[in-house]
Write a protein that binds this ligand. Sequence first.
Ligand code: CMC
Length: 428
Amino acid sequence: MSEKATIQFKDNNYELPVVTGTENESAIDISSLRGQSGLITLDIGYKNTGSTYSAITYLDGEKGILQYRGYPIEQLAEKSTFLEVAYLLLFGDLPSKEAYDQFTESISRHTLVHESIKKFLDAYPTNSHPMGQLSSLICSLSAFYPESLDPNRSPEEVDKTVIRLLAKLPTMVSWIYKKSIGHPVLYPQNKYDYVTNFLYMFFGQRTEEYEVDPVVVDAMEKLLILHADHEQNCSTSTVRFVGSSHAPLYACISAGISALWGPRHGGANQAVLEMLQNIRQGGGSIQSWVEKAKDKDSGFRLMGFGHRVYKNFDPRARIIKKASDDVLNKLNIKDPLLDIARELEEAALKDDYFIERKLYPNVDFYSGIIYKAIGFPVEMFTVLFALGRLPGWIAQWKEMMYDKQPIGRPRQVYTGHVKRDYVSIENR
Ligand code: CMC
């Protein structure tokens, strides 16, 4: 006998089914409420609204648990590679050796991008933000693959687009950077693995052999894995939402990149580093910055702090903090911003304002320190988040499409004028 919840309104009781997920999370299915009662539910910012069933990522914000397809993030970050995690997210299970080889090989065969992409890049002013460029370039890819526009093609056809996206994003990201500094772009080299190839195209020079420290490759693998999916966050919900109208996959990913750009979401990693730099330059005690973050009129928040779902700790932040120590030690970098970050974290964690609101460092708090140590410019940080999130966005889009979910279309409670008659302009 399935459980039911009852909503009482005026003199009526409305019975609604309660559904339970595999980790025993329960939800009231309100889809029949309007039909029964005329009522809708209101939840601004979807703080307590499930938009879908999903078998991809599980997180428990109170316990600090994050799992992709059942595998704990700690194990994946320690033992897996980004492409293996991408496969896991996209296809539901870890690949066999043969499947993995086939997957990585097909990605390496699609890393080249159309030469015309360079013309797009030439047209952007040198100071244009890479997230804006990336979002437009990804949407523009649809022009090169017109057969990909229909998202209802066979799974094999869809997978071609998926492989293209995974393969071409690192090339496009590196080219955006190379163009921004006026350097010639580098073409992908299939002798490298995915992460090394990206680092080569980003940091390599045509004039010299490229060498990369394995600790940097390892840190990048970890960062990409940690960012690979995070269930129904703002950008993922955007991808699913745009996809629900059956727009092409390239357009959905482009929309996801735009959603990620904001400082309350992926843009926080850039904002954290800028905040740490401001604290360093602006001086003043760390406590004075904490006070500023508590003052609602200041318009200032501690970037990299707080999370909609994690109310205890962000498991990704723990792994990243350790990885940032490893990278800085191995590369022998003493970064004063790291000391500021540590002091800020300590001061905030013992402050009642942050304790009461359960505000803890999130994934973005320490990732910028590693990116900076590796040599990435600050404006590229959110692009690196996008590179990591890509397989998650695609996996969520595929799930939404294969489940044949209806178009996303929330309701509202109207608060504007009631009906009134048009008045001609001379009489207003
Ligand atoms: N600094 C100061 N106060 C904060 C902060 C912060 N970073 N975050 C939340 N608060 C306060 C907020 O003012 C509110 O206070 P009150 O209850 O007195 O009005 C309370 O905490 C709850 O905040 P909220 O904005 O209602 O919480 P939310 O769940 O809607 O927002 C958040 C979550 C991540 C947008 C928010 O914590 C924030 O803006 N953090 C800074 C930006 C950031 O680091 N974003 C990256 C998130 S993790 C990466 C990702 O997945 O995108």
